[in-house]
Design a binder for this molecule. Structure first.
Ligand code: ADP
Ligand code: MG
Length: 323
């Protein structure tokens, strides 16, 4: 049933040649591109690009169908993980959702890794304390996971709730793997699935999967013209693997992302997250982190399917995230 690029409506031999030169060799590669990406790299008009992408999506049969009642049944299971901060929880409609990808993006030092550590602690708490009684898998690409930091945060929660919490136990429920390159990073989602199946049988279901950072390897490896299509295709596969994990295990998926300068911004914030259209459309919730005075951080909810945009102020302290 697979057709060739030349057979797509609106693509003649000349355009097919341009697409291939730019690295868009298959129907799938075209199907996951954005009109502006395709227009720039293949030197065609943006409306032509949009038509070609639509045709490619139909031909590639991207996405299957489910009936609404099946979706509803699954949605009923959605859990919310507390951030530990009131304003932040309120902005999120109660907390970070399971069965969704939450993207944390911001400059170096804005607190992405701190938030990821805090979620890895909070998710282990019982529901009464905003947790999901869950264990955690972390895919660490930058070697920034710090068990000492987890211990400080567990101590922080012990004091907050007046409970005796054992940092050692929390650390035993966090499974960390280093990813050495982007292919390895993608493969680790499969390993995570195997591990999560085992942990589920042991009565320690995984309720949080963290990828910190999502884009670092992809950015370092795919440099220069002609590599974008390939990168976005891999990234698309990766993001859908993550989404599937979230659905399969009713888990929160949290990814961190870098920002880059937006050279054409005359107004507003001159930075934007990297990863383009693929990350933008697959992340369910996008949170933009900015440094403020001292230990304060401003978190902006930029994109959400069911919540208004908003901002919350938190503090990153030794005891963890606080209001
Ligand atoms: P990003 O991942 O966005 O690059 P991080 O999450 O690593 O940034 O944030 C680093 C910042 O977190 C530090 O600059 C510091 O302000 C704060 N931080 C890190 N560790 C601690 C700690 N033990 N106590 C208080 N603040 C800390
Ligand atoms: Mg970091």
């Amino acid at each position: 049933s697979q057709i060739t690029l030349e057979e797509l409506p609106g693509v003649g031999p000349a355009t097919a040649e341009k697409l291939k030169e730019a690295g868009f060799n298959t129907i799938e590669a075209v199907a996951v591109a954005s009109p502006s990406e395709l227009a720039t790299t293949a030197e065609i008009g943006e409306s032509t690009a949009a038509k070609i992408i639509n045709a490619a999506r139909q031909a590639a049969d991207i996405g299957g169908f489910e009936t609404g009642d099946v979706v509803l049944e699954r949605r009923k299971m959605v859990g919310k993980l507390t951030t530990g901060c009131m304003e932040f929880d309120e902005m999120m409609g109660g907390g970070i959702e399971t069965q969704a990808i939450t993207e944390l993006y911001g400059e170096f030092g804005s607190g992405k890794t701190q938030l990821a550590h805090q979620f890895a602690v909070n998710v282990q708490m019982d529901r009464e304390h905003g947790g999901l009684n869950g264990s955690v898998i972390i895919i660490d690409t930058e070697n920034t996971f710090r068990p000492e930091r987890i211990a400080q945060m567990v101590k922080g929660l012990s004091e907050k709730y007046g409970m005796e919490l054992d940092p050692e136990e929390f650390l035993q429920n966090i499974h960390v793997a280093r990813a050495y390159n982007s292919n390895h990073q993608i493969l680790l989602v499969d390993s995570a699935t195997d591990l999560a199946n085992e942990l589920r049988e042991m009565g320690k279901p995984v309720r949080l999967l963290i990828v910190d950072s999502l884009m670092a390897h992809f950015r370092a490896e795919y440099v220069g013209r002609g590599t974008l299509a390939d990168r976005q295709q891999k990234l698309n596969k990766h993001m859908h693997g993550l989404l599937r994990f979230g659905d399969l295990f009713n888990a929160c998926v949290v990814v961190t992302n870098q920002v880059m300068a937006k050279p054409d911004a005359f107004f507003g914030d001159p930075t934007r997250p990297v990863g383009g259209h693929v990350v933008g459309h697959t992340a369910t919730f996008r949170l933009y982190l900015r440094k403020s005075k001292g230990d304060k951080r401003i978190i902006r909810l930029v994109d959400s399917p069911n919540l208004p945009e908003g901002e919350a102020v938190i503090a990153v302290t030794t005891a963890g995230l606080t209001d």
